[in-house]
Design a protein around this ligand. Sequence first.
Ligand code: GDG
Length: 492
Amino acid sequence: MSFNPPDGSPHRVEPVPKSANLVIVANRLPVDRVEQEDGTVAWRRSPGGLVSALEPVMRSNNGTWIGWPGGTDSDLEPFEEGGMNLVPMSLSAQEIEEFYEGFSNGTLWPIYHDVVAKPEFHREWWDSYVTVNQRFAERAAEVAGKGATVWVHDYQLQLVPQMLRELRPDLRIGFYLHIPFPPNELFQQLPWRRQILEGLLGADLVGFQLAGGAQNFVRLVRQRVGHKTHRDLVYLPDGRTVRAAAFPISIDAAGFEELARSEGVGKRATAIREALGNPRKIFLGIDRLDYTKGIHARLRAFSELIVDEHFDVEEAVFVQVATPSRERVEQYRILRDEIDRLVGRVNGDLGRIGRPAISYLHSSYPREEMAALYRAADIMVVTPYRDGMNLVAKEYVACRFEDDGALVLSEFAGAANELRQAWLVNPYDINGMKSALLEAFEADERETSKRMKAMRKTVLANDVVAWANSFLEGLSHERPSHGKQVRPATRS
Ligand code: GDG
């Protein structure tokens, strides 16, 4: 195989080893394509958590990452970027519509998130999902060396483990689901439920955010596919066993703390507070603009506290960053309009000149700006209706190196399992949320500091490198006498 850079890419081109010892397969490549002023194309590391999660282990193992770079370019050649071998997969415009926006985000995403929105079922979407999964599996089979470890990620690629095992029985295959895995009552709606379970069973280890997801999976396999199971193990008729277990994902906690401590971020945090008129308390929400995140209800709860005269717009402001997401999917457009309307109404009714109740930003920002916002905010509000983990909650905690700041957190975010000292809320209960926001607003320093200290201990001790290593170690135990071992990641 020869490897050339995408047009105009300034990055070093190296032959991707056909014998990669570690292969990551994910829907997206860890880089974004940027068109430069002179019309050439370059690649920039994407901001997402998964990239920082896997970069260290990729570097330690000269790993290869297979994924879609976004867009509809075809014939993109593999290239090297930041110590990682990247293998771009192309999707046609129709596949983006049917596989990605359709089956992944219009069918699976709502079913796996408590049916917060109504899932759509279309047979052509499913067909496209099968085709794209097959293509990813074939590419992984090409680049993985003998006995290599292949780690497949997330709900867009649930058929890959089985397809890959058929092509390459010598591989050690792991799968990790970043979003919740639903109970039978919801999963059974899926017309292709059995195929998905069988797809996942191609892996040796199937990882979930929480133990509940792993239990749902094992129960479904027993009920729907009829395999024997015992605790976290599934026994397949061919003698293979598959383990399902929880590996709660985390963040580069030390990296976030370091960024938050930097002089530039400190100055920017002060400037943000000033620009907001130095109110007594700043509330903050940062989310992808997604209907699972509970943005609308949280802003309502906050605005009602002003209406009820618990505080006014001189004393408190809510900064809501909503990062644009899946903008071509109908339900996301509707959500955006609903939030625009609510923010407009609240600010029209309650704001004063230069003092909106809600400072709403529909945009995405560099990591430094995110850290500055985390530093500037007194109360972080994370209230999803359902969320696999929620990294924003952990990032806030990592940035509060002075042990101050309050976290209001939904019980239905995976992060609530670990961050027990947050003000936990039921996001469906507006009055309950109002009470929690008010308590966090009024809490004294000793109380917030005690809670933050405990949460910081948890987040700093369980970072993303620990997560990746623990998954890969678990995977190596599943087939101990088999293939090469993956070297653990080291912190940079
Ligand atoms: C899925 C699961 C699970 C957001 N806006 C900007 C920006 N971000 C970063 C945050 C955070 C990440 O994106 C969002 O992660 P979340 O965990 O909050 O949510 P999802 O995107 O839904 O992620 C989730 C996660 O996968 C990992 O397994 O926790 O449950 O749904 O890191 O900081 N980053 C930058 N600019 C932005 O404007 N730089």
